[in-house]
Design a protein around this ligand. Structure first.
Ligand SMILES: Cc1cc2nc3c(=O)[nH]c(=O)nc-3n(C[C@H](O)[C@H](O)[C@H](O)COP(=O)(O)OP(=O)(O)OC[C@H]3O[C@@H](n4cnc5c(N)ncnc54)[C@H](O)[C@@H]3O)c2cc1C
Length: 538
């Protein structure tokens, strides 16, 4: 068994892990090792924005997890794509740049997490960002690793959507990541010069020549190594061998909302009962590991259209257009193939009396059915609507003590009645926008017809087709000593052990009201800053 020693060992090269590894290795005196289960991300499929359509399928840089059957979804198993490559899910995601609402972070602080209020996390959002449009300003940053851009060739359909939303009282907003979140808009995207800008592309690619930063790819986690209470390293798989890397200072888990609780439990840190059941020797009884799973439940309505304008479709003409676009993208990184499909959207309130938006819309310029895995001939468009702060809570547990087994994922979608009631109401608002006269010229045909005046029918269709919007979080939540389910403290240190932190979406105590890539990158930035501060203090 080979063994190497570094100051820090980071497990997982995704949205949380890349900033940690990159920031820590800025100090040439410090050595950092990053272990990633997936392979290289230097692939056209990842760098070309529309590659997302292919990567949603199994086997393409994707863990492609399934949930257990969900009673709330008519007994269906949900799909849970997660990135399995450098960059993690930021290498396969929809690229929309969203931070969530000020309230979300103030709420984290109120729950007993000092340092996490909006005003305290804003500097890390700004530090991570290079916003091509807003530059260095009150809410945005310039010069950061994560490039945030306007879409190069937005579809004219975005204007149709925003016009229709405006007519329903959802005014346009200039910056949904600024002072006010409400309104309709075209999404800003994590792209640079027409290519995806993942956490790996932004944070790691420019620094791969650092002698003090070592990447181990295709290196799935095996277990944590302890000396007494202190975590001193990580075992990982190298083909059929199990090898070790040692950490002089700390180990940072960043394997995501499914991978991180799994890694802890495999190493004896988790709910005693669960570990005993699997014959894993208990190190720390932490009942919160794998609990508190929160995810955005999403309902997508796809329409067929009789006009190609602005839609991307599966047709002979569409194929010719795409072939020409591929040539343009290959030579100039511009044109139709810079689309992320999810081009426009809105944050809205289901009730004007609410103090913040509780729903998000994502308008897509193509037909999306079953995560884009079910294809339809012809042109069309779709719209997602999602519940921003669902009440249902799920779990992640172990299938077995084999580190290479997939975890058992149970989001318990719609366990709480409020979530489905809100989505039914949301679906009606969505239909008023999508079926307004703004879309009449497209002669839209709803692929799964529903009578929008019949709540029962809407609920049936939701249970038949709704699923994740790809934002699982919260399975190793941050919280104060008084919270029995808290797994890490506000400095992201795992309770009951030393030398071990977590820096990914699993630490979020509650799900933010928006997409989760930028918030996870912010967590990675803040984790690195805290690690450096604590190392200086000794
Ligand atoms: C299809 C899809 C679309 C999305 N669209 C958007 C969007 O448009 N905008 C947005 O803001 N958010 C989006 N998200 C969500 C966002 O990308 C994630 O919330 C974020 O990337 C999570 O970061 P993370 O660091 O927690 O996990 P990840 O980025 O998933 O990183 C975890 C890393 O750990 C590695 N890993 C896991 N297990 C092991 C193991 N056992 N051993 C070693 N390595 C391991 C993984 O391979 C991965 O590289 C989307 C997600 C998906 C999947």
């Amino acid at each position: 068994m080979s063994q190497q020693v570094f100051d820090y060992v980071v497990v997982g090269g995704g949205s949380g892990g890349c900033p940690v590894a990159a920031r820590l290795s800025e100090d040439a005196e410090v050595s950092v090792c990053l272990l990633e289960a997936g392979g290289s991300d230097k692939k056209v499929l990842i760098q070309a924005p529309p590659g997302i359509v292919v990567m949603m399928r199994e086997g393409f840089h994707n863990w492609s997890f399934e949930t257990v059957p969900q009673p709330g979804l008519d007994g269906r198993k949900g799909y849970q794509p997660r990135g399995k490559t450098l960059g993690g899910s930021s290498s396969i995601n929809g690229m929309v740049y969203v931070r969530g609402h000020r309230w979300d972070y103030d709420h984290w602080a109120e729950l007993g997490n000092p340092g996490w209020s909006y005003d305290e996390v804003l500097p890390y959002f700004k530090k991570s960002e290079h916003n091509e449009r807003f530059g260095e300003s009150e809410f945005h940053g310039a010069g950061g690793p994560l490039n945030v851009a306007e879409l190069q060739s937005p579809s004219p359909l975005c204007e149709v959507f925003m016009g229709a939303a405006e007519a329903q009282g959802i005014a346009r907003t200039d910056d949904y990541n600024g002072r006010e979140q409400d309104g309709s808009f075209r999404y800003q995207v994590t792209q640079k010069d027409g290519e995806r800008c993942s956490a790996a592309k932004g944070y790691l690619w420019p620094n791969l020549d650092r002698g003090n930063l070592k990447l181990f790819l295709n290196a799935p986690f095996h277990s944590l190594i302890f000396e007494g209470k202190r975590c001193v390293g990580v075992r990982y798989h190298n083909g059929k061998q199990v090898e070790e890397v040692r950490a002089r200072r700390e180990v940072i888990l960043a394997a995501g909302a499914f991978g991180t609780p799994q890694a802890l439990m495999l190493s004896g840190i988790g709910p005693a009962e669960e570990l005993t059941r699997l014959g894993i020797p208990l190190r720390v009884d932490l009942p919160g590991v794998g609990q508190n799973l929160q995810d955005h439940i999403d309902y997508t309505v796809p329409y067929k259209a009789n006009r190609p304008q602005g839609c991307i479709g599966l047709t002979v003409g569409g194929g010719v257009k795409l072939a020409a676009a591929a040539v343009e993208w290959a030579s100039k990184r511009s044109g139709l193939l810079t689309t992320n499909f999810a081009e426009a959207g809105a944050f809205l309130r289901s009730d004007p009396a609410l103090d913040k938006p509780d729903l998000q819309m994502v308008f897509v310029t193509a037909v999306v059915d079953d995560h884009g895995r079910k294809l339809h001939w012809g042109y069309g468009y779709s719209c997602h609507i999602e519940v921003l702060r669902p009440k249902s809570r799920g779990t992640v547990t172990l299938r077995s003590s084999d580190p290479l087994d997939a975890p058992v994922i149970d989001p318990r979608f719609f366990e709480r009645r409020e979530d489905i009631d809100l989505l039914v109401k949301a679906a009606k608002t969505q239909a008023r926008i999508l079926e307004s006269e703004y879309f009449t010229p497209f002669e839209p045909e709803l692929i799964y017809p529903v009578d929008w005046n019949d709540d029962q029918q809407i609920e049936q269709d939701i249970r038949r087709r709704a699923d994740t919007q790809y934002h699982p979080v919260g399975t190793c939540k941050m919280g104060p000593d008084s919270d029995p389910l808290a797994v890490v403290d506000a400095r992201l240190r795992v309770r009951g052990v030393e030398g071990l932190r977590i820096a990914d979406a699993s630490v979020m105590p509650t799900i933010p009201g928006g997409n989760t890539n930028a918030p996870t990158i912010m967590i990675g930035e803040k984790a690195a800053a805290m690690l450096r501060e604590d190392a200086r203090r000794g």
